[in-house]
Design a protein around this ligand. Structure first.
Ligand SMILES: [Zn+2]
Length: 462
């Protein structure tokens, strides 16, 4: 029997296990469910141990527990891969609009409906099936690469203790590549790999003028107006080509490669449908880039809100005392949030006229973007593995959301590869979350082929 045959034969068992796990409401955001998050960690530890992982343990954090498992390769010189996923889930209540009980998983044909079925329990679990399939069909007792798994319990709560966990266990997590299984593909018919996620930093800008709102007849036109200064400032945030005018903004921003641009152009993107989803009659953005490039591979600045002076009913003829705006920046690989923040401060300072005072307050340190190296052998192997499983070309996408991926890559100093089979239509974080079971099986196959390929690559890699 081959890997595919094995995976398909074990579909029933796999789905039964996934249902058991999804039935544990491991909502990390809700203290009332923290006992369930722990139960979920224990369930996974036991499942991985039963799969054959010689090491499967709970790792405590100052918050919710993570699970670590390891299956060493027979050859101690073989590459080491670390699979990342999470076992906590977003909150879900029937009242949010679910048509089933979110924690009583329901199988309907090829679908499994329930909170966490796609994000991320299904995608973590396919790894157990994949490694089993590889060993059984190869008649081996150890995989061709050392497989480590780290499955955290606080991803849906912003991973507050995860960087600390990574640092504490850096030695046991050391690896040649990190495989992230927590993203989506373009569609069920167009398999793809996420190759990057943009970062983010956000701020509130305030411009202060007179000590109080003052009469526009007595003072207007003769003292600087903070609202006008803010309008000028925000209007200057982009140039006429749609580029962000913050000094140094593009200095470290990685350019998109021609290869990636060509693959993005191959995606069957329906811009009209996308615009309908946006409820916008037209697209707009940086000149020289397509819509997908604008949302995936280019950094942006967005005015999220602005307010000043009198906004209630009727008139109030004043020069307002202050003006405020919230602005956020999506970042691409290479851009350091701290440097962008410096640039934003300089941009604001330069543009505030005499007689006014400006303040810029950032929401936090920001999140760096992360991306795979498209020329790395691990990425090539992962793409080939998915192509073997799906029987068709695998394209590249990027995603908007940002999890702890940049931290993992930095702290462990290993390249990231995204191997995942979720879909945008899985309604993750929303009512009626579901997963397509055949895609999870393809995920298991892809993982098996990837370990096999990396094991074969090893001698050349030295
Ligand atoms: Zn997730």
């Amino acid at each position: 029997m081959d890997v595919r045959g094995y995976v398909e034969r074990h579909r029933g068992e796999f789905v039964a296990a996934l249902k058991e796990w999804v039935a544990i409401p491991s909502v990390s955001a809700d203290p009332g469910h923290h006992g369930d998050v722990r139960r979920s960690a224990e369930w996974l530890r036991d499942h991985l141990a039963a799969t054959g992982f010689p090491t499967a343990e709970i790792w405590e954090t100052d918050g919710m527990p993570a699970v670590f498992a390891e299956w060493p390769a027979a050859d101690p010189g073989a590459p080491v891969v670390l699979v990342y996923g999470h076992h906590d889930v977003q909150p879900a209540r029937a009242a949010d609009g679910w048509h089933t009980d979110p924690f009583v998983p329901e199988e309907r044909g090829d679908r499994l409906i329930g909170r966490g079925a796609s994000d991320d329990k299904g995608q973590v679990l396919f790894h157990a099936l994949g490694v089993r399939a590889l060993l059984e069909t190869a008649g081996a007792s150890a995989p061709p690469v050392t497989v480590r798994m780290l499955v955290e319990g606080e991803e849906e709560s912003g991973s507050p203790h995860f960087p600390d966990l990574l640092r504490r266990h850096r030695d046991r997590l050391a690896c040649d590549a990190v495989v992230i299984s927590d993203t989506t593909m373009w569609s069920a018919d167009v398999p793809s790999m996420c190759v990057g996620m943009r970062g983010l930093t956000d701020c509130e800008i305030s411009v202060f003028g007179p000590e109080t709102d003052v009469h526009s007849g007595s003072f207007g036109g003769a003292v600087p107006n903070p609202a006008r200064a803010m309008a000028d400032l925000l209007a200057g945030l982009h140039d006429e080509r749609g580029r962000v005018a913050v000094p140094g903004f593009y200095d470290d921003a990685a350019a998109v490669s021609d290869e990636e641009r060509a693959l993005i152009a191959k995606l069957p993107f329906d811009e009209a449908a996308w615009l309908r989803t946006a409820g916008s009659p037209a697209a707009a953005g940086e000149a020289g880039y397509s819509t997908l490039e604008r949302i995936w591979v280019r950094p942006t600045a967005e005015i999220n809100g602005m307010w000043s002076g009198h906004t209630g009913a009727g008139t109030k003829t004043i020069v307002p005392r202050s003006a405020h705006a919230k602005v956020s920046f999506r970042l691409v690989p290479g851009q350091e949030p701290a440097r962008v923040q410096q640039g934003v401060r300089a941009f604001v300072a330069e543009r505030v006229p005499e007689g006014l005072r400006a303040e810029v307050e950032f929401g936090g340190p920001g999140v760096r973007a992360c991306a795979s190296d498209l020329s790395s052998p691990v990425l090539r192997a992962a793409r080939a593995a998915m192509e073997q499983a799906f029987g068709t070309e695998v394209l590249f996408t990027r995603e908007g959301g940002s999890g702890p991926e940049a931290d993992i890559a930095d702290i462990l100093g290993a390249p990231l590869v995204f191997l995942a089979v979720g879909l945008d239509e899985d309604r993750i974080h929303a009512p009626d979350e579901k997963v397509e079971i055949p895609l999870l099986l393809k995920g298991a196959e892809s993982a098996a082929y990837l370990w096999e390929r990396l094991g074969r690559q090893a001698p050349q890699a030295g």
